[in-house]
Design a binder for this molecule. Sequence first.
Ligand SMILES: CC(C)(COP(=O)(O)OP(=O)(O)OC[C@H]1O[C@@H](n2cnc3c(N)ncnc32)[C@H](O)[C@@H]1OP(=O)(O)O)[C@@H](O)C(=O)NCCC(=O)NCCS
Length: 362
Amino acid sequence: MDIVSFDPKVHRPRWDDFIVASYRNPNYVMLSPTFLRWQFFDNPANQTGGYTLWVVEQKEEIVAQLGFVPFLGITPSGEHIHGAYPINLMVRPEYRSVGLGAILLRRLLKQFPCLVNPGVNEAGAALGEGLGMTNLGFLRRYVAIVDKQTAQVLAVNGRLPRGVEEAAPAAANVIVSTKVPDKAGAGFAFPQPAYGAERSRDFLRWRYESHPAFTYEFIFSTDYRSVLVFHEERETENGILVLRVVDALCRPEHQSALLSAVVLAGKERRAAIVDFFCSLDCLRPALDAAGFFDEAQHADGHIAALFQPLDFRKTAIRVLASCPGWNEGRLEDWYITKADSDQDRPNDRRAIKETVSATQGR
Ligand SMILES: CC(C)(COP(=O)(O)OP(=O)(O)OC[C@H]1O[C@@H](n2cnc3c(N)ncnc32)[C@H](O)[C@@H]1OP(=O)(O)O)[C@@H](O)C(=O)NCCC(=O)NCCS
């Protein structure tokens, strides 16, 4: 068996058969050439010159794969380190339990000093922990109810957590844009010193401006030193709108204004809720002031976290990490949000805006 880097000219259409059979979905998002190129090739931290996707070949067949998304990591003291998010680990059912998954993940662990894996499932967590990765626990999910009536449609059994009211945010002085202007500088700091994937200008432009499916919006402080990033998600079956915050790179003095501004945007657009998955605790006072609550503190009502279509099953984002020599034990020491890894992406290739260059290979 050989482990080789994916090359669309060599591996398609065999690899397409592997994806359709493994994910049991003829429209799985990886089948979009544009998405594949954006996720595994165009990333500015990709130094491999090819696709950051390994495939395992057995004779003529693809039997397993492991994708990874490299990033430039940063520590609380400003030290840089190369990191990657492992994604789309998949072994064909008939080839499971013989060590292939472990071989692929071990190889990635050797290649990068830091691996961060948010959104890992039970099997992936068992595999990662078996190879020495640390389970950091679950991201917090902060939710603001913007419209109680429509939010109820997104709640299990129509029940919102008791005592939670509609948010009433104050108006704030901010700048809204779909681009990161040059005057925004080289990048943005985390809300507090933390370990994480650096939000440099290159990262933001690739991650948000050139995303092939979602239109991300930026809310800047008037001095462009802080930014909050969100996008709209419209539930297909009932048309209900949700605003999803994916980054809050806010200095303490801007946190309330930016969080209020996104809730206000939700009100103006008649959204049901605004939500934000994040590892940090330090934004809590500003989140409270803008009308958000921490879902973990309200076990008596649950609002769906997966939309398009509405899905009540997956409720939490578990994070595994491995950074020997770095702190790895406490979630609060990291800045991890839905912007990290592949957590904020559509599952269906029909959501992708195909471009001609990507469909012609690389
Ligand atoms: C998860 C997956 C990649 C594991 O691949 P694999 O080649 O079967 O894994 P390995 O044979 O290398 O197993 C290594 C160890 O991982 C753990 N493990 C693997 N699959 C597991 C599962 N389904 N449940 C619990 N533990 C599991 C076990 O500790 C196993 O050691 P063991 O065989 O001695 O018990 C494979 O089951 C798969 O493709 N699943 C569907 C896709 C998926 O869930 N990917 C993970 C996304 S985070």
